[in-house]
Ligand binder design. Sequence first.
Ligand code: NAG
Ligand code: NAG
Length: 216
Amino acid sequence: MSEVVYVDLKLTRHTLIERTDHAGDVDCQAEVGVKPRRCNPVIVVLVVLCVLLMGAVIGLQVLWNNNCPKHRACAIGWEYRWPSCYFFSNDTMNWTQSRDNCVTMGGHLVIIDSLLEQTFLDDKVGAVMIEDENKFWIGLTDSDKEDSWLWVDNTALEVTTSYWITLEPDNWKTDNPEGENCARMGEKGGTQNKRTWLDFNCKKPQRRICEAVSSA
Ligand SMILES: *[C@@H]1O[C@H](CO)[C@@H](O)[C@H](O)[C@H]1NC(C)=O
Ligand SMILES: *[C@@H]1O[C@H](CO)[C@@H](O)[C@H](O)[C@H]1NC(C)=O
């Protein structure tokens, strides 16, 4: 049985080769049209790779379009700056009230952990400050233990990402015998060296910067 098939195949091949010698025959053109069906494996691989690549590109585009706006989503009145949302208040409250208000709004008083973030905030508050006392509370306090500065998530302030104005914090006691246990920031017009933090009387009303995770 298999021998018969083999012979048949040989015959077909032979006939095809013979017929291609007679281009011009109507018969022959029909047979020639069959030939390209034998695909070059290199071309097959290239076509498959192309299709896969296009699929990947389209898939990534769909993912990008679906996910990106979600990651950038901030509540109305909040400003997106990768990877967080920020709220800059116009109204003023003492530090404790400010801390609680940020939580009520779904965030926390800002935690600054990079020069990039400090630069963004310094430029931003510098631009919205109307006069020099128009500063903003940040989420940093040493109320529990003097000179042990903690962020509102209880992480310790790192020296490498501290942006105190020179000679601050000074725990100045004239205004409040308890000293100055809360941090505020801002220089009208921004600064060159980005050092804009001061310790201040926690009971005084200030504007505030809240930070929140950006989400859908
Ligand atoms: C604060 O006031 C400015 C200027 O009037 C306004 O553009 C901004 O939206 C206000 N911000 C908030 C959080 O109300
Ligand atoms: C902050 O303000 C609230 C509301 O006026 C007040 O109850 C609270 O005692 C104040 N806290 C401080 C530390 O001044």
